[in-house]
Write a new protein. Structure first.
Length: 274
């Protein structure tokens, strides 16, 4: 697939969207920005809700691909998750289908499989011990449920309409990891841009699910499907290990919050609507 020039970036004002606004243009992309809130210094950005189907269709018109980062990025009430993450993602796919966009890159999450037991031990894992992308959906929150829905929606649009998607199960994309758990799922902003670029440009992806993280020494999951797209991670969370372990200690498999991939999201009580 030729490198797409014009990409619609939804959620462009969010934390990850802001990082990608800074990094992706270096790969040759002309970003069309979309968010529910205005973006300072970006007068041409589209300010609209994902529920606004007309605005979405106009935003999608003429782009080569969509990088869909928009939505609620933490646990919330089901009603809010339904509107933003489930109905909103459906609206993105419908707009892309109607306008003939060839590819979507969907920001999924490790929380789509959050109740999957994490690998034990703190040493590098053998390839066979890494969590595969084919592990069944086991969402740990309404948020994780919405990401499982998004992956299934992507599969449906590929099978039904031939609209390609790379679903990226993002761990945590920050400038540096902030916890011992995060060292296993961390993706540096630079590696995030490398992975999204690979997802936007790889040939014949159909619907491909990949894990999104750096090449961490303490990695929990299999990056082979991401590498097959051409992704070559360059960063590792291990330089932060000494400081974080001194503050928190190593992960304890006897601690319920450390037992599963989703961490404390598997033990926190649900957030009910008020």
């Amino acid at each position: 697939m030729p490198a797409p020039r014009t990409v619609l970036l939804t959620g462009a004002a969010g934390g990850l969207g802001t990082l990608m606004r800074e990094l992706l243009p270096a790969y040759g992309y002309d970003l069309r920005l979309f968010d529910v809130v205005p973006i300072p210094g970006e007068p041409d950005a589209i300010t609209a809700d994902l529920a606004d189907k007309d605005a979405l269709r106009e935003a999608v018109r003429g782009v080569d691909a969509v990088l869909h980062l928009a939505g609620i990025s933490l646990e919330s009430s089901f009603d809010k998750i339904l509107r933003a993450n489930i109905e909103g993602t459906y609206n993105v796919y419908e707009a892309a289908r109607e306008e003939g966009v060839a590819r979507v890159v969907f920001a999924s999450s490790n929380h789509a499989v959050g109740f999957t037991p994490r690998p034990e031990g703190d040493t590098p894992l053998e390839p066979g011990a890494l969590i595969p992308v084919g592990t069944p959906h086991r969402p740990d929150t309404f948020y994780g449920l919405s990401k499982a829905f998004g992956e299934d929606l992507a599969q449906y649009y590929w099978d039904k309409y031939g609209l390609e998607t790379v679903s990226v199960r993002i761990g945590a994309c920050f400038k540096e990891p902030t916890s011992v758990r995060m060292m296993s799922v961390w993706m540096s902003p630079g590696d995030g841009a490398r992975l999204f670029h690979a997802a936007l440009t790889a040939e014949r992806v159909g619907h491909t699910v990949v894990y999104g993280s750096s090449a961490n020494t303490r990695l929990w999951w299999d990056l082979s499907s991401a590498r097959a797209l051409g992704y070559e991670p360059q960063d590792d969370s291990e330089p932060y290990a000494e400081k974080l372990i001194a503050e928190e200690g190593e992960l304890d498999p006897g601690n319920p919050e450390h037992a599963c991939l989703g961490g404390h999201f598997t033990t926190d009580p649900p957030i009910w609507p008020h």
